[in-house]
Design a protein around this ligand. Sequence first.
Ligand SMILES: NC(=O)c1ccc[n+]([C@@H]2O[C@H](COP(=O)([O-])OP(=O)(O)OC[C@H]3O[C@@H](n4cnc5c(N)ncnc54)[C@H](O)[C@@H]3O)[C@@H](O)[C@H]2O)c1
Length: 270
Amino acid sequence: MGLMDGKSAVVTGAGRGIGQQIAYVFAEQGASVVINDLEPGPASETAAECNRIRGGSAVASAGNIADRGYTDQLMKTAVDSFGKLDVLVNNAGVTRDRMVHQMTDEEWDLVIDVNLKGTFNCIRSAAPYMRDTAKKELETEGQPRYHRKVVNFFSTAAIRGNPGQMNYTAAKMGNVGMTRTLAQEWGRFHINVNAVAPGFTDTRLTKPKEDGDGVLGVPKAIRDRMIANIPFGRPVDPREVANVVLFFSCYLSDFVTGQEINVSGGHQIP
Ligand SMILES: NC(=O)c1ccc[n+]([C@@H]2O[C@H](COP(=O)([O-])OP(=O)(O)OC[C@H]3O[C@@H](n4cnc5c(N)ncnc54)[C@H](O)[C@@H]3O)[C@@H](O)[C@H]2O)c1
């Protein structure tokens, strides 16, 4: 028996990092998963691993969640492949860090389009399959058959404020507002809507900037300072975030909605 047996899920940005671990844990727990990523290669590799090793059933869908036409197609893929859509995880995100006085329109727009509008696009595109199906069950059977789940992402950096991330922190706190609003709009349809804030998590977004392409990552000195402030003494493992997403995605959280959890190893937020 798995915690996600019989469930059909879409996970965005699941080609690597936290999203990939969410896909793996869902597959291990019996879910059928649509693996979205902007990049086709990582999406296909994650889907293949879910099918081959993790015991679940997965299909890959490459595309940009900032594009509403694509997100309509993404949600339809879940229904075409697995017959329904029960769980939506809005994990995909991107950074383009720069101090505000130097930030370009392109850096602002990209980060808002993916992290904020991308979540909105996915939720709106999922509505016909999640909200409308639950509404029909409510009208014909007296109540929705079970709880469906939406899990959004924000960030401890956004709660705290983070120099160089005006665009990212604005987008991520917007996800908190969307979570609280959607929990109220869709509560009567028994669709739980919650949000997870990873702390400093070991993915390409937090690798030393000096070791990468200079676009993603965190300067080494800041990175060391951030890790020193984590009481558990190390960055979060992506799997540890995935486990909390699993809680929000399965029956264990059926009476929890409109809530946020930080997965930060105790990193204090003033
Ligand atoms: N790593 C951290 O410390 C940290 C902290 C707080 C919040 N987060 C959030 O957690 C989530 C996952 O981050 P991660 O660290 O695993 O990042 P990551 O860069 O390792 O993985 C993100 C994935 O999203 C994909 N993606 C980017 N833009 C996309 C788009 N427009 N459409 C579809 N897919 C797209 C990327 O190709 C990538 O595979 C993000 O929302 C991020 O903001 C991460």
